[in-house]
Design a protein around this ligand. Sequence first.
Ligand SMILES: [Zn+2]
Length: 444
Amino acid sequence: MARSFFARNALIIAVLIASPSLFAQEYDLLLKGGHVIDSKNNIDSVLDVAIKDGLIAKVAANISAESAVKTISLNGNYVTPGLIDIHTHSWVDQPHMLEHGVFPDDFTFRNGITTVVDAGSSGWRTFPEFKEHIIDHAKTRVLAMLNIVGSGMIGGTAEQNLSDMEAEPTAAMVLKYPDLIVGIKSAHFNGPEWLPYEQSVKAGTIAHVPVMIDYGARRIERPLSELLERVLRPGDIYTHMYSGHRGEQDSQTGGPGKGMREGRARGVIFDVGNGSGSFSWAVAVPLVKAGFLPDSISTDLHVHSMNNDMKDLLNVGDKFLALGIPLREVVADMTWHPAREIQRPQLGNLSVGSPADVAVLSVQHGDFGFQDMYNTIYVGHDRMICSLTVKGGKVVYDLDGITGDAWDSPPSSASRQAKRWTTLTSERGFGTARPTHQNKAVQH
Ligand SMILES: [Zn+2]
């Protein structure tokens, strides 16, 4: 008497079999046919990247285009983890320090960047305010290094105030916000004392985070070699490595000084931090030729550097392509290497289960002049362009509109499910639906 399951459900089954797409859309977004560079996983080849629920779901050859709500064909492009810039200044409208920081979203997605580290705008007294004003509002992932100065980077005498450089409250603030604070920063100190660096390292030791040093004024009382050979720990970061301001270069050979070499041998990390006055070809060329390459490439973006010899992160990366460093290394210096330096192993890679932060880059060929702080030029022949950026599984930037529908065609099924794969939906502005194009209404 019991009718079979199949007999009762024959019509439903027939419909499902006739509609394979109902089964097929396993993924939200598929980046197809790009050349994937993922240093953590040692990938440097053409592969497809599938994304679901904001995470990397699969990286493999020939993932079916039908398996995703939206498939983007990326032949001829490079697909990399979302870029990480570990030296930026993000606190726009900072009290007592106006016209310094740049709001993160202004320079990030259009450059393939999905994560920035604010390097010391706030100290332990001001971090909650920085979080409230910037971190909580940016679409970019904003992490922070706390300034060892309690009042933060507000210029003038405040940054020289030794009595406001205290390891314990700084470490306590790091431990209060472990998801957001990734290190300690010392910057712009002019005095002869070691205290700012010793307190930074002490705070970093208590809170288990690295310190980043902008070594301020050059002082014979605290030579660079001693900082790199004695004070800093393995994993601590020396930024502005090619400035030449503090004895980075050996005066005899032109290559890296003894302190730089010994520091690297001990495990100190060397970061670019181009900025407006911290990158000199006369230093970078001989150091790179001597094999002293960066561990990470960063901008030191602020309002005074953003239109200077430093344009943006890709422009700084281009300088190292010009110096002959392979693209896969330059990408590593903007992805997996900085992720490791700030102890965020879930970032800067395309492992299955990692946040789906992705940059799509193309490389333009020509004759390009790259500037340094003295407006001297090094000519290179490659320029990276960001075509597309994905953050948390959704397209957040699309330079040439490769993800959209033609304006005069009916909405695609992908656009009807836009919330699964893009922030560039029709449901912005006043929430109105896309008007339907009607040929007969067009006046000629
Ligand atoms: Zn800086």
